[in-house]
Design a binder for this molecule. Structure first.
Ligand SMILES: NC(=O)c1ccc[n+]([C@@H]2O[C@H](COP(=O)([O-])OP(=O)(O)OC[C@H]3O[C@@H](n4cnc5c(N)ncnc54)[C@H](OP(=O)(O)O)[C@@H]3O)[C@@H](O)[C@H]2O)c1
Length: 430
């Protein structure tokens, strides 16, 4: 990377690839001023070279349809993988790293599934594997954890990491939509993919969380062991009850260092309306980090989109252009990060929201309160809606902090009672 130009081999010229091309064109002078060199896309790998593309005029990019065109070009300084998917990008990235070539990727799914292999390969060949755009789009959280907060012990990291889910929950809250209508609206506005499964089932946020855990704690938390809950089950009546108690419903990705281990997961939670994360609405993302020295620190911004994500990809390209050949991929010197010390979910403590659907008859509250009492769950607030028909009324409780094991046992016991007429609902409170 020593010439006048930084030459990129771009794999993928879709949303993010085109966004990167647009920033390189519009900010070319500024990038040259900062680096002392120009950054150019020399060639781009696509599936369909005949497709009409919204590229900046005067940008001369050679289209390629074979990975080998990129891998065998000695002039390329950096391979930028923006294809998405798992197998093809794995083949490209591993082949590039094995040749000692620097790689930039936005592919969180691949790094969450096979990051161990790819980071080991990169370390073995002294090659860079940078991935700022893979977590929270335009928000520069990877660099912040790797460099800016490197001297802090991270006590906790809490994020709203999926813009689609956050948009859907915001529309359900502010406009009273049901889940399916809000999802359809997210798709119509281009916030949700045609197949939104990864977003609404929490897996996209889970991919990002395991990457953040590596960066914050230097430990490998297997994706398969991460508790993950999505939002498709969220019932509008819980959003209304949450609002009455002063909360908003959010899809939260969180890791906390507690009792010598990591308590991590993706879950639907109630967040106080005045909490800084309670105010993150629509398609926006945010990450709240609590370092032992820096204290609380929050990053907020656009978690997706062509220009915000392209901005993060370009940050990696410019960092590599400056760093030359001394990559800092994981932020830790080990070739393979140790396995995470995972705190059993049973021991996790938090406040809870419960909604039970019950027959409206005397004695019901006393039974529920009794079960809670036996399990050390202390009630902070309660609402019961009466019913003229005497059937199927919701009873809602907000509790003080309780252990997950006790909560699970209490729900199991209450659900066996004859007065329960529908499965109970319970969420953590942040
Ligand atoms: N979109 C976002 O806002 C966003 C935000 C953060 C991270 N990301 C990540 O960024 C990556 C790219 O996302 P995107 O939204 O830009 O995707 P996209 O719009 O679907 O674009 C994918 C591009 O890759 C090309 N491609 C896909 N598979 C290929 C293959 N096997 N061989 C050759 N070319 C192939 C496609 O070619 P054709 O154009 O010919 O079809 C297209 O140009 C993904 O990993 C995604 O998770 C995206």
């Amino acid at each position: 990377m020593s010439g006048e130009l930084i030459r990129l081999g771009l794999a993928g010229l879709g949303t993010v690839g085109t966004g990167l091309a647009k920033i390189l064109a519009s900010n070319a002078d500024w990038i040259q001023r900062r680096l002392g060199r120009q950054v150019v896309i020399k060639s781009a790998l696509v599936r369909d070279p005949t497709k009409v593309r919204d590229l900046p005029s005067r940008m001369n990019i050679a289209l390629a349809t074979s990975m080998d065109d990129l891998l065998q070009d000695p002039e390329l300084d950096i391979i930028v993988e923006l294809m998405g998917g798992l197998d093809a990008p794995y083949r490209l990235i591993s082949a590039a790293l094995a040749r000692g070539k620097a790689v930039v990727t936005a592919n969180k799914a691949l790094l969450a599934e096979r990051g161990n292999e790819l980071f080991s390969l990169a370390a073995k060949h002294g090659a860079a594997l940078y991935y700022e755009a893979s977590v929270a789009g335009g928000i520069p959280i990877v660099q912040v954890l790797k460099e800016s907060l490197a001297g802090n012990r991270i006590k906790a990291l809490t994020g709203i990491l999926n813009g689609t889910a956050n948009y859907i929950l915001t529309e359900m809250t502010d406009r009273g939509l049901d889940f399916q209508t809000a999802l359809g609206q997210a798709q119509a506005k281009g916030y949700a993919e045609a197949d939104p499964t990864l977003d609404i089932q929490g897996m996209d946020a889970a991919h990002k969380l395991v990457l953040l855990i590596r960066l914050a704690y230097g430990e490998d938390y297997p994706l398969s062991e991460l508790p993950v809950q999505g939002i498709s089950h969220v019932d509008p009546q819980d959003i209304i009850f949450a609002d009455q108690f002063g909360f908003r419903v959010k899809l939260i990705a969180q890791v906390r260092h507690s009792q010598g281990g990591l308590d991590a997961g993706v879950f639907t939670a109630l967040v106080r309306q005045e909490h800084i994360l309670g105010k993150v609405d629509g398609p926006f993302n945010a990450v709240l980090v609590e370092g032992d020295a820096v204290g609380p620190l929050m990053l907020y911004g656009q978690g997706a989109g062509d220009l915000p994500t392209g901005s993060a990809v370009l940050a990696d390209i410019m960092a590599l252009a400056r760093a030359g050949c001394s990559p800092n991929n994981t932020g830790f010197p080990e070739i393979v990060l140790p396995p995470a010390a995972i705190l059993s979910p049973d021991h996790v403590r938090s406040r809870h929201y419960f909604r039970f659907t019950v027959l409206d008859r005397p004695g019901v509250l006393a039974v529920i309160a009794g079960v809670f009492g036996q399990r050390n769950i202390s009630i902070a607030q309660m609402v019961q809606k009466g019913s003229s028909s005497g059937r199927n009324v919701p009873v809602v409780f907000i509790t003080h902090s309780a252990q997950a094991r006790d909560v699970t046992a209490a729900v199991r016991e209450i659900d066996t009672q004859s007065f329960i007429t529908a499965p109970s609902v319970h969420y953590r409170i942040l």
